[in-house]
Design a protein. Structure first.
Length: 236
């Protein structure tokens, strides 16, 4: 039932689906999912929409995340993680592998994310590869409405990456997604009916190593002050 609700909302149009990751440092980040449903659609199917949001909230809670209801048709999801493997495991538990509609046809909206981390003492080099397969979704839209171009334009999904420093966008596909850069974040508009892939490299500060260094410096400085004072000759 929940998957049917999800597909019905998409096929009705007027849905904004914002995905992204906010990186603060190499050990502190969060996956963000922001869902906005048009007001006219919210009033038409408020009970089903609330049921869908409740299911998402329970899934998020099971993997240590949180949800915030901004309005009856707007939900913010945040899933914290500390390293790439944790991110991959949490998203694998949060998202279903495939969707099934009332048409009894598989809607293979699949996603795959890989975060490779290489630590260099005080810095961490990260390679994020995110793949979102929306090829089968365009076919369903076409079956439901011959003017599927209008329907597709009403369903917007994008992916935003925020980091403390710069981001290098690697075009590893034959049809790369054109990104939009704004200060320390970069956004890609996903294309329905396409296999979307993002491949980026970015650097993060390793706060654990930096914190350890600061503690060592403070301890060394404390010993230095202690022994320098004890070795000072007394006058008189």
């Amino acid at each position: 039932m929940i998957l049917i609700i999800f597909m019905s909302l998409i096929l009705s149009g007027c849905v904004e689906y914002n995905l992204g990751i906010n990186f603060h440092d190499s050990n502190n980040a969060e996956w963000v999912q922001h869902i906005r449903i048009a007001e006219n659609l919210t009033s038409f199917s408020s009970d089903y929409l609330q049921e869908w949001f409740n299911v998402l909230s329970r899934r998020v809670s099971n993997i240590g995340g949180s949800t915030k209801y901004i309005s009856p048709g707007e939900l913010m999801v945040k899933i914290p993680f500390t390293h790439g493997q944790e991110l991959e495991e949490k998203l694998a538990n949060f998202y279903p592998r495939s969707l099934q509609t009332s048409l009894h046809e598989p809607i293979n909206i699949t996603s795959n994310i890989t975060l490779k981390e290489n630590n260099f003492l005080f810095l961490s080099r990260n390679n994020l590869i995110y793949q979102l397969d929306l090829r089968s979704l365009a076919g369903v839209v076409a079956q439901q409405n011959s003017s599927n171009t209008t329907q597709i334009s009403l369903f917007n999904i994008d992916f935003t990456l925020k980091t403390p420093w710069g981001i290098k966008n690697i075009n590893s596909t034959a049809k790369p997604l054109p990104p939009e850069t704004n200060n320390r974040q970069i956004t890609w508009q996903m294309q329905l009916g396409e296999l979307n892939q993002i491949n980026v490299v970015f650097w993060l500060p390793n706060m654990l190593s930096i914190g350890t260094l600061m503690i060592i410096i403070l301890v060394w400085y404390g010993y230095y002050l202690k022994y320098s004072r004890s070795n000072t000759p007394k006058q008189g």
